[in-house]
Design a protein around this ligand. Structure first.
Ligand code: HEM
Length: 228
């Protein structure tokens, strides 16, 4: 659709002083923070069950039995919450040619020479990678988790398959934690990003510096609106 190649319909330049740009609607932010809360609760309850040295964490959930019971339900919460986020964000997270050029010249970003990199749409290669890593890891975690859910599905898989599922589940859990650390680090490292998910807006300067094609498209779209 014309004018929606790099942006969503709700994205918008707000012409006040200083100029801000609307990046996420309120309910997308609520969806994001609910997803984040479920993943953190899963990490706490999952690590509590994983190793005796962290068993004390079960105290947060009302003891060992309660933690064992509640962990899979929080997992279902994460799965559906993330899928809701996924359908809203997937279109602009598809890799494009400029992402590969951006990746090849990543050292310019580290050296603070972002002006040498190609102009980007709403997300960069790093954000897209985190998005897809979270998607695949959550799918693997839910599938392997259901296989391990003895209480409700005792005969779903054989004992040998369940052992493999436990192994896959543990590795994926560690990988999603590393992905989350990377995601938080990137959000903090790129100054001015956090407000996208707290207030729903970023500054005009942030949009120009990091996601110029996105900003240009919004400007073009709003320009043509006022011209009508
Ligand atoms: C708890 C710590 C977290 C913080 C501080 C945080 C922060 C942020 C921020 C600031 C953004 C906006 C980035 C931008 O639009 O440029 C964002 C986007 C996003 N976050 Fe988080 N987040 C957290 C946890 C999570 C978790 C647990 C998930 C999923 C399991 C998640 C998934 C996403 C996704 C999918 C986006 C949109 C970016 C994209 O579509 O590529 N976040 N986050």
């Amino acid at each position: 659709m014309a004018g929606r190649y790099y942006s969503e319909p709700g994205d918008k330049i707000v012409a006040r002083d200083p100029v801000t740009v609307r990046r996420y609607a309120g309910w997308t932010r609520l969806n994001h923070w609910f997803t984040a809360a479920t993943l953190i609760l899963l990490a706490l309850s999952g690590f509590a069950l994983f190793t005796p040295s962290l068993f004390w964490l079960t105290g947060l959930f009302g003891g060992g039995q309660a933690t064992r019971w509640v962990h899979p339900f929080i997992g279902i919460g994460l799965f559906f919450s993330f899928m809701l986020l996924f359908v809203q964000l997937v279109r602009l997270n598809i890799l494009r040619r400029e992402d590969l050029v951006w990746l090849r010249n990543l050292d310019d970003l580290v050296k603070g020479q972002e002006h040498n990199l190609p102009e980007l749409g709403k997300y960069n290669f790093g954000q897209k990678t985190v998005f897809w890593a979270m998607f695949f890891l959550i799918v693997i975690l839910i599938v392997s988790g259901v296989m391990m859910w003895y209480q409700f599905f005792p005969d779903l898989v054989s004992v040998e398959t369940r052992r493999i599922a436990i192994w896959v589940h543990s590795i994926s859990a560690v990988l999603i934690m590393l992905t989350l650390i990377l995601h938080i680090f990137a959000a903090l490292w790129t100054r001015g990003t956090l407000s996208a998910m707290t207030r729903g807006t970023v500054s005009g300067g942030w949009a120009w510096r990091h996601h110029r094609k996105w900003l240009r498209e919004l400007a073009g779209r709003q320009g043509s609106d006022t011209a009508k």
